[in-house]
Ligand binder design. Structure first.
Ligand code: SF4
Ligand SMILES: [Zn+2]
Length: 316
């Protein structure tokens, strides 16, 4: 399966180990309703050893293992532009506690550079959540949060994603994190391969509830984007299809209506404009989703005279 997924990949984008790929600064909702300043730094490192069929994160990774010293240099460079010292996310398109992606010898310097932040979020597959992660959390001045991809609570679909993770693996890893007071952020797919189009909404909501029951503090719904080769092949076999912006909106509305008390639910807006079929209303619809991310409040649906959105549909 790994070989099949990798053989279909288009060429990578060129990245350099000398500087971070990008950094974005935004505000994120907290459970008390307040907003917190969050900076996300996208680090250039080696690619993830897994080959999930839906993943396109490898596009912006190096062809070789991350060299010691590279990530601290990138972080130091990114911090010059970070306008606050509250929450920082370090996303390296792999697993933060995989020594090939983040050399263990760099932990000390990374901890020093991160010492001013109240919270640090990193991403990691359950297989790399262990002693190094727990030691990092203990030595970190602020709170550590680990983002874990549950992807779906549909057991059969999960087993076919080539994620090499079961629901039990997810439960064990997140349970260990929470027992050590490490926060858990969870990624859940909308448009998950191997789930019928008519069941996508239902399974995304079930997965949100599943992660919330297991203590996720934040859940991010990720609409699956095409373009990694494997998804296009699955689409040709009827095993995957791109979701619509309509479905993203409806799923997010329904997720907010779940009224989860201890979990913030967001939708990932990255490249979401690709799902829109009407250029006239897309910006307003994305702005509405962004505002719902920041407030957790259901806002009135966008209306568009060009495509009829919000005028034909009547969602309660
Ligand atoms: S574990 Fe995460 S980064 Fe690695 S291939 Fe799967 S989705 Fe991509
Ligand atoms: Zn429109």
């Amino acid at each position: 399966m790994d070989r099949w997924v990798r053989s279909l990949r288009p060429p990578k984008t060129l990245v350099t180990p000398d500087r971070p790929i990008a950094a974005v600064h935004e505000q994120e909702r907290r459970l008390d309703g307040g907003l917190v300043e969050v900076s996300t730094v996208f680090l250039a490192g080696s690619e993830c050893p897994f080959s999930c069929v839906f993943c396109d994160l490898w596009r912006q990774t190096l062809a070789s293992p991350t060299q010691p010293g590279s990530l601290p240099r990138q972080l130091e460079c990114a911090l010059i532009e970070v306008p606050h010292r509250s929450v920082i996310k370090l996303y390296n398109a792999s697993n933060f506690f995989d020594p090939i992606a983040v050399p263990t010898d760099d932990d000390q310097e990374l901890l020093r550079l991160l010492s001013g932040f109240s919270q640090v979020t990193v991403e990691c597959h359950p297989r790399f959540i262990g002693a190094r992660c727990f030691a990092f959390a203990e030595r970190l001045a602020g709170r550590l949060e680990v983002a874990v991809g549950l992807e779906t609570a549909h057991p059969e679909a999960l087993s076919r994603l080539n994620k090499k993770m079961t629901l039990d693996d997810f439960n064990a890893a997140t349970g260990e994190l929470l027992a050590r007071r490490v926060g858990v952020r969870v990624f859940i797919l909308l448009g998950c391969p191997f789930i019928a189009a008519g069941e996508q909404l239902d399974w995304t909501l079930r997965s949100v509830e599943y992660a919330a029951r297991r203590g996720a503090g934040v859940i991010s719904i990720i609409p699956v984007r095409g373009g990694n080769g494997a998804l296009e092949s699955l689409a040709a076999d009827g095993a995957w299809s791109l979701v619509s912006l309509d479905l993203v909106e409806e799923t997010f509305e329904r997720a907010l209506r779940l009224g989860l008390e201890n979990t913030i639910v967001q939708v990932d807006l990255w490249e979401l404009d690709r799902l829109a079929s009407c250029g006239h209303c897309v910006n307003a619809r994305l702005a509405r989703l962004g505002a719902m991310n920041r407030t957790g409040v259901l806002l009135a649906q966008t209306t568009c005279t060009r495509c009829g959105v919000g005028t034909e549909r009547n969602r309660s």
